[in-house]
Design a protein. Sequence first.
Length: 340
Amino acid sequence: MSLEIFSGHHQLDEQRIQKAATAAFCKYGYINSQVELIIVSQKKIKELNFKYRKIDKATDVLSFVIEKKPLIGQVIICYTTAVKQARLSGKETNEEILDLLIHGLVHLIGYDHKTLEEEKRMKAIENCIKQRSKMAKNFIFLGPPGSGKGTQIGKLTEYLEAKVISSGDIVRGLAERNLGIRETMKKGELVDDKVLFTEIESEIGRINIETSLVFDGFPRSISQAKELKKILERNGRKLDSVVYVYLDEDEVVKRLTTRKVCNKCGQPIFELEVCPKCGGEAMIRQDDNEKTIRTRMKVFLAQTKPLVSYYKKMDALIEIDGKQSIEEVATDIRGVLASA
Ligand code: AMP
């Protein structure tokens, strides 16, 4: 595989870059890879971007690779993009920037492969993500009900040691002893913020600071997002990325009216009567009926969807197409988080 780096940066130290890229390739299993550095003008980069698609952000580079799946391995990296992404991750040197980018790109290039070699490489990358997670990360999963957030979080935590904080589970626990909350939930509306904030903060407080966190179903409004920022700060943490799994309303209704979940751990169960994870029973959730689903979707559009542009402005948003198969969504998420 060869990597062509197009850069408009004049002060680029060619030798260092070439050395760093070769080292990064070896690290991820491409022992005989060629690295060719092509220095071009800013104008040329603009032309290239125009020819393929406009690339201004690091996540655009990744989605370009996902879309085109360039199996021959010709990848165009705009150096300024690399710098931006590296800054976001607190990295500076050329070596680190390339390592970061190649890590994500190599993973995505291997997207469709199922050979033993590829499996090994995927494992190596997952280990790498694990290593990175030693610095605890904090992720939010955002998406309409039924977008598959829960399933994807389950898959992610199979290789990323992280604690999941699910506001839906917290609310279901509270609803057992509170009629008001039970009624709100049954209608598909949002429960009072304050109750939830206290519960969420005390749950975070019980988790070791070195453990990563994944928020499922929280925040669901701008006010909750603002409060979460404060809660994280008070607990010595900061938000890293927001994964937004998008899906249209008809697909939401279709999925939810036919889904079953575990009565013990809440994980979705497909085509089985017993939960493969904890042995609980498969059941239909009380709020998975068409009327409540439509209300939940309305609430999502009115209160939660604004979070998409809120986090986009903060450059924290990663958008994933939830209509793909479970495995495809998981691969996309793994790819973007590898370089996040
Ligand atoms: P979920 O399992 O995430 O679909 O949540 C089930 C129900 O719990 C929702 O329909 C709401 O009534 C309530 N709920 C969950 N998370 C929140 C939240 N962040 N804010 C307010 N209500 C919530």
